[in-house]
Design a binder for this molecule. Structure first.
Ligand SMILES: [Fe+2]
Length: 207
């Protein structure tokens, strides 16, 4: 008997953001809950297959397809949690010192880091912009993630996560106005959440 791992959707106390409507958030929470449901369903189906301790030859094609979907559904669940948790109504002002230091060390300045992060977010395609920290050296880097699962860096810590799928802003902005959504996103960043994700290892900028 294999016990399937199950997840409960988290609740996010998030309303009144700058430029991202409550209607968008309500729709987005539902979408997130769909990912949690899909993760649970996949885990249950895979556990069912493994319940006799083996994967029969005739089960293998279905088992493979279910397993291939794990990356999409798990990352769809987890990235939305990071995203909602790094937002707060009207944001929390300026970035903390530790993040500024990491940005200066990795990009020369906070502004250059921000230009790169926003630039990644404006890239054409369906996905996410994520600022990761490498726990081995404290450096941060910005990455484009296609869909939910292509481009994540194993072992790196997500520090700031921005959803740029059109569903994240289409009720508030036209598709071509993604930069306006990105500006709105930045005005709602909860820098204290970002601070709590940073590892102890933050490289001092070069003197
Ligand atoms: Fe999303």
């Amino acid at each position: 008997m294999v016990e399937a791992t199950t997840y409960k959707p988290r609740k996010f106390n998030l309303t009144g953001l700058n430029g991202i409507s409550d209607k968008t958030l309500a729709m987005h929470f539902k979408l997130y809950e769909g990912y949690v449901k899909s993760v649970n369903e996949l885990n249950e189906k895979i556990a069912d297959t493994l319940s006799d301790g083996k994967v029969d030859k005739e089960e293998f094609p279905a088992y493979s397809e279910l397993t291939r979907r794990l990356g999409f559904e798990y990352n769809g669940m987890v990235l939305h949690e990071y995203y909602f948790q790094n937002l707060k109504s009207h944001g929390s002002g300026a970035p903390d010192k530790a993040f500024s230091k990491a940005a200066e060390s990795s990009f020369g300045s906070f502004e250059t880091w921000k230009t790169d992060f926003a630039g990644v977010g404006k890239m054409r395609g369906v996905g996410w912009a994520i600022c990761y920290q490498n726990p081995a050296n404290g450096k941060i880097s910005n990455h484009w993630i296609t869909l939910h699962e292509i481009g994540n860096v194993s072992g790196f810590t997500p520090i700031l996560v921005m959803d740029v799928w059109e569903h994240a802003f289409i009720l508030d902005y036209a598709p071509a106005d993604r930069p306006k959504y990105i500006d709105a996103f930045f005005s709602n960043v909860d820098w204290s959440a970002i601070q709590s994700r940073l590892g102890k290892k933050v490289v001092e900028p070069a003197a």
